[in-house]
Design a protein around this ligand. Structure first.
Ligand SMILES: [Zn+2]
Length: 115
């Protein structure tokens, strides 16, 4: 998990994100009012769908950078229920694995609310 750009694990829970739905937060720095203008490389931070939703629903964190990331996550989570549903489905998959080894896979809800 030392990779900077291709780090495919959740920053919060360390879950491997290879086949999970996730949110990537991109960050870069740029000088202002200084010539020549400099731009850092971009860093990518990933959160799994469940941590994204959990963080967004939770209280504001400490620290300016954390707060900025938290606002971005809230933006995404509040804009559309898709990420929420992904988190819910993954949680349901994990909970299902814990309780009974193989129950039905018809958990996928056929109906969606239309707005
Ligand atoms: Zn996570």
């Amino acid at each position: 998990m030392g990779g900077t750009v291709e780090n495919l694990s959740c920053l919060r829970c360390q879950r491997d994100l290879e086949q999970s739905k996730s949110v990537a937060v991109y960050m870069f720095a740029q000088t202002v009012g200084i010539r020549p203008r400099q731009k850092s490389t971009a860093q990518r931070i990933c959160f799994c769908s469940q941590c994204s939703v959990s963080l967004a629903m939770g209280p504001a964190p400490d620290g300016a950078l954390n707060l900025a990331a938290w606002k971005m996550l809230r933006d995404i989570v509040s804009a559309d229920p898709a990420l929420n549903e992904a988190a819910w489905e993954e949680l349901r998959g994990i909970a299902g694995l814990l309780t009974s080894a193989q129950t039905e896979t018809k958990a996928r809800t056929g109906t969606y609310f239309e707005f």
